[in-house]
Ligand binder design. Sequence first.
Ligand code: GLU
Length: 721
Amino acid sequence: MKKNQIITKHGILGMMLTVIITAGTLNVKAEEGMWIPMLLEKYNIEAMQEAGLRLSAEDIYSINQDCLKDALVIFGRGCTGEMISADGLLLTNHHCGYGAIQRHSSVESDYLTDGFWAMSRDEELPNEGLTVTYLRYMKDVTVEMEEGLIGELDPEEAQKQMERNMGKLIKEATEGSHYSALVRPFYYGNAYYMFVYETFTDVRLVGAPPEAIGNFGADQDNWMWPRHTGDFSMFRVYANEDNEPAAFDPSNQPYKPRKHLEIAAGGIEEGDFTMVMGYPGSTTQYLYSAAVRSMLETSLPVKIDLRTTRLEIMDRYMRADDVVRIQYSSKYRGVSNAWKKWQGIILGLTRNHAVDVKLEEEEAFAAWIEADGERILKYGDVLDEFAEIYSEMEKYEMAMYMMSESVMAIELFRQSSRIERMMNQGMSRERIERSMDGFYKNYYRPVDQEICAAMLEAYFSQMPASQYPACAEEINGKYKGDYSAYAEALYNKTVFNQPEKFLKLMDKYEKNSEKAITAFQKDPIVATANQFSDLLMEETGPVYRKLQELLQRNYQIYMAALLEMEQDRMLYPDANFTMRFTYGKVDSYNPKDGVEYDYYTTLSGIMDKATEGFEDYAVPEKLRELYEAKDYGKYGVNGTMPVCFIASNHTSGGNSGSPVMDADGRLLGINFDRNWEGTMSDVHYDPSLCRNITVDIRYVLFIIDKFAGAEYLLDEMDIVW
Ligand code: GLU
């Protein structure tokens, strides 16, 4: 198939659907795969039941009866949560509720450090901007999305036609209701599904343990097993008197969900069936070998280095001042999370020879094509196309991630482009000032100024001179290459560091927005940030986008070919932050030769780690007392208190907060992480190494009851012992 050719109804799309529907259940590895809940019946429900599942496909996803999907939510923008009571009680991770907990925290009432527990419903804390979203139904709309795509259309025309089709579908699905809808491509655009959602906006904080429990081990342990983190927080969803979404109002009532999960407090054993439902964000399981190579050799190492520099700067200031620590805690975690994960990915992919594995797969794929004339016609060019596109992309990639990881790592640069966009969109002075207030709340000039100097230095030392914006001359001339002096000058002069001048700018904006925008663009921060973004928009960006489009089209053809080639094997679509179902079993693993990791951890491991003396392993006094008195209530087992466990469920970012359930769909714990050796699973899944990490529900109950004294919350849960 030729470059630029659009696949139509008579082409690959229809064929691929046939493949999905007719494919058998051979060779399914229990551990690998993020399955579309609506298709379990057609996919591989029998294999799941053979592996231990005791539910039917309808119990998991149905539009005719309440089912597990109704107990599941998108929490905030990037996490999962689950309903655990008929009164709107919801569990997610501590790191998912972190932003909300931080916003309620101050040096005087530091909920991050001390935890927070509402002792009655009146004490629950509202969270502006926080949402909880339920999937009401999903629908295969592949045929509707193809409407009007007949013959060989120009790609742009085809794109426009698809956008029209999508608009029509969304309108039909949501008109006259408070639902929203989304159409997402699957298998690189070989299929489309629509998702209809109901979003609640009154979501209140009920409880969170102190960071020393909810983030025990912090960076030291992040992405690692053995783990001892009580990574949970609790919220309650509120609704109006019709049980429908409503803005925060004290008279709102707890939302009555269609389904909530029972809690399995009986514990787990090695080999037990487990399943996870949630919203994995993004995986690239079918990546071409050159892309994996470039990730390993170039993009990840460069990005890791840039973040190391940023993190060192933040850390230094956070240690010196408690106010800065609170201001930057959430930002720091955001930066360090991917930074550490990337290091795990490099380790895993290298150890697994992932590039060689991909090359072997591509060889087999090429042989499969060569064996058949029709295949040669349809797919003959696909691998060569990849090689060509990726080698062209290499020239531009560095500019793209230097832009996102260095230039846009500077807070004032990011904020300046946000404010400029708001002004250009004609937003009210009030909204702009609100954005600035929010920004200042967590901004500390010395941190950002030092990051600015370091990031600009990194940019100019790593990019070719052809990619220098005009400020290079000033830096090298007037400032003689002294980035700190240059940053100091920018930060002294900018309106962002002179709030009274910003207010004057807003006065001007109210009178004459155009003049104000012109004045704003002369601000040294705005002007410098714009030099970089212009360079990107005018030079690198357009070529890069074109290449991305070609790549996307080639992946569509490649994926269609893979689906045809692998008819006997289920191929699951890459994650795209839509609801998925995955299953596996509680399982230990060997991280390296001669080492075996057990499948669970206990409270005594927390005390052992505490003796190492790192501050990431600080233990709250109350927890130590409970440990010493072995006061575990009904949650302990033979004198120990279970904390976390691992299983072989195939999860990803976005699965944070997902319920880890037993064969009957009862809650065993909350998913919060993956192991270091297995973070590569977004690209390359290895069942012997990849594990998801779960906080055991018994530890969650123990903390709520024994540690926090909020046992009244347990009364509304259905706990099965
Ligand atoms: N701990 C992960 C994160 O914060 C979430 C779960 C995962 O990626 O496995 O992104």
